[in-house]
Design a protein around this ligand. Structure first.
Ligand SMILES: NC(=O)c1ccc[n+]([C@@H]2O[C@H](COP(=O)([O-])OP(=O)(O)OC[C@H]3O[C@@H](n4cnc5c(N)ncnc54)[C@H](OP(=O)(O)O)[C@@H]3O)[C@@H](O)[C@H]2O)c1
Length: 337
């Protein structure tokens, strides 16, 4: 039998005692400011009423990390803007809804929403409204057009469609027409229309401009690509973000070649036996835990149109993270395949 204790949904398991099967409702707006101690105190009250050791309970929540500019905590794995959130898929609206629900059920909260420049607006807003999830989720949007007026129109379309006020995070996609858009985002933040602002940069051969921008403007967030095969961001940008107190959202965590991810490379290959010491059950979790174990990383958004992959990816945000020696071992092992 399941019960919702107010800090999560629990089930009695004959072999494991009381097991948390839905993460605590910390993604609710009134819980956003809850700090780790408060959360653990409340969780402990539930744990104390069970036979389950507290350490086991603690492992059953997704890891959260702090946004340095406010201290608000976010669960570390979220969803990206897969095609099912752009155009209604042939499978129907139940598919994007099920993928979103899978994230929420596993304790995820961050949704990176698609661009809003096309004549047909993405279906994500409609899906969010039907599910009533706007307030629970941490929604990011991006300006993906050039020029001040076009950028403002783009933001207005984004907010109208997502129906979230204030928006959680707005980014300038690939730092395009930076000066104009940055002034707009600062105005929007000052007016209370968005809580956090920043820039994204991927597919980049160097990070000089991004590093310069971070030092000069101290954005709340950056979003960039980082994976075992593409570790360039970890050289200067991630340590700088940590030093300056800038939150980092990672994309392309599975990227291997220019056009593809790790999955064709590892198809049919077993995980190394030591991966289980870190609760790694799949190659996706292997890639995600490598990224998450960089201490500068606040979270990762992954793109999928499959419920089972969404669950797999969210589980990468649970349990133990690799230490520095293991990170090197992970990188060497994957790159040798
Ligand atoms: N500059 C920017 O701002 C920027 C740039 C790139 C991306 N992004 C954002 O980041 C999000 C992520 O995009 P990404 O390019 O980084 O993609 P990604 O999440 O690294 O990889 C997506 C690919 O991996 C597959 N996949 C996902 N989970 C899997 C699993 N557990 N097992 C096996 N295959 C799995 C997906 O296929 P299935 O659908 O079959 O699962 C898809 O083909 C985007 O949606 C977007 O929101 C932003």
């Amino acid at each position: 039998m399941s019960r919702d204790s107010g800090v999560g949904l629990f089930r009695e398991s004959p072999s494991r005692g009381t097991v948390l099967i839905r993460a605590p409702v910390c993604w609710k707006r009134d819980c956003l400011a809850m700090d780790r101690r408060q959360f653990l105190t409340e969780s402990a009250a539930v744990a104390a009423s069970t036979t389950l050791p507290f350490s086991v309970f603690a492992q059953e929540s997704m890891i959260t990390r702090e946004i340095p500019s406010t201290g608000e905590r976010l669960p570390v794995i979220g969803l990206g803007a897969a095609d099912i959130f752009i155009k209604m898929p042939p499978e129907g609206r139940e598919l994007p809804k099920a993928v979103l629900q899978a994230m929420v059920d596993q304790g995820g909260r961050v949704l990176d929403t698609p661009a809003f420049f096309r004549p047909d607006v993405p279906v994500v807003g409609e899906i969010l409204s039907e599910m009533g999830l706007q307030e629970e989720l941490f929604l990011t949007g991006k300006i993906t057009v050039n020029g001040k007026d076009a950028g403002i129109e783009h933001l207005e379309r984004t907010v109208a469609n997502l129906n979230k006020r204030p928006m959680d995070l707005l980014l300038i996609h690939n730092m395009r027409t930076l000066q104009e858009h940055w002034a707009t985002l600062k105005d929007w933040k000052a007016a209370g229309r968005v809580r956090y602002i920043g820039v994204s940069l991927t597919r980049n051969s160097d990070y000089v401009e991004l590093d310069k921008f971070m030092k000069a403007e101290r954005p709340d967030f950056i979003m960039t690509g980082y994976s075992i095969h593409h570790p360039l961001a970890a050289e200067t940008t991630l340590p700088l973000a940590a030093d300056l107190g800038i939150a980092v959202l990672i994309v392309e965590a599975f990227k291997a070649t220019e056009d593809g991810g790790i999955f064709p490379i590892v198809a049919g290959k077993s995980l190394p036996s030591w991966a289980s010491e870190y609760g790694i059950e799949s190659w996706a979790q292997y890639a995600l835990k490598f990224v998450l174990s960089n201490p500068a990383v606040t979270g990762v958004v992954t793109e999928t149109r499959r419920v089972r992959h969404a669950i797999d990816n969210m589980r990468g945000g649970y349990g133990r993270l690799p230490d520095q020696a293991t990170r090197r071992r992970m990188s060497d092992y994957l790159l040798s395949i």
